[in-house]
Ligand binder design. Structure first.
Ligand SMILES: CC(C)(COP(=O)(O)OP(=O)(O)OC[C@H]1O[C@@H](n2cnc3c(N)ncnc32)[C@H](O)[C@@H]1OP(=O)(O)O)[C@@H](O)C(=O)NCCC(=O)NCCS
Length: 139
């Protein structure tokens, strides 16, 4: 089986990450320029997985470098799953944030549930907020 190389994201990876986002149906990340900006954001760390010259996985996580990081994106190409690639990406990204812990939200589903539950974890509930949806205090 071909070896997998997990290494820090570089700007030249952006078009391949955008293609991966298309494959996994993440429409907000199908523009390479958006991918570049997301990965270069202050405090963000990002890694890619390459095999035989092809990009097959990507992870990105912002963090404060001390306590808290947040796994924003993690995806592996469908043809390369169940080979430990997401695990390797998550471990590399988490370590690189320098934070003590990592939070994440994910769509409900048996695969993401099984994947994240395979790490040491504590289950909590989460929210995703959008601008303009703020509820003003009464009175
Ligand atoms: C979730 C995802 C990233 C997992 O990628 P992956 O490279 O296949 O995961 P790994 O091979 O590293 O799996 C590690 C462990 O997670 C669990 N796991 C992963 N996929 C699983 C599945 N389909 N069924 C059951 N358990 C699974 C297993 O415990 C597995 O270890 P094992 O193979 O030794 O049993 C991948 O399915 C994916 O990209 N999905 C679409 C995007 C997504 O949902 N991203 C996460 C939300 S941000």
């Amino acid at each position: 089986m071909a070896t997998v190389d997990v290494r820090p994201f570089e700007a030249e990876h952006a078009p391949d990450v955008a293609r991966l986002a298309t494959t996994v149906q993440w429409p907000s990340l199908t523009d390479p320029d958006v991918v570049r900006r997301v990965c270069a954001a202050p405090g963000a760390t990002a890694f890619v997985a390459l095999t035989e010259g092809a990009l097959v996985g990507w992870a990105q996580a912002p963090g404060d470098g001390v306590l808290q990081s947040h796994l924003s994106f993690l995806a592996v190409h469908p043809e390369h799953r169940r080979r430990g690639i997401a695990r390797a990406l998550l471990v590399a990204t988490f370590q690189s944030t320098g934070a003590a812990r990592m939070d994440l939200i994910a769509d409900d589903g048996p695969v993401t549930d099984a994947f994240y539950a395979s790490f040491a974890h504590r289950r909590m509930s989460g929210f995703r907020l959008y601008p303009g949806a703020a509820r003003l205090p009464e009175g």
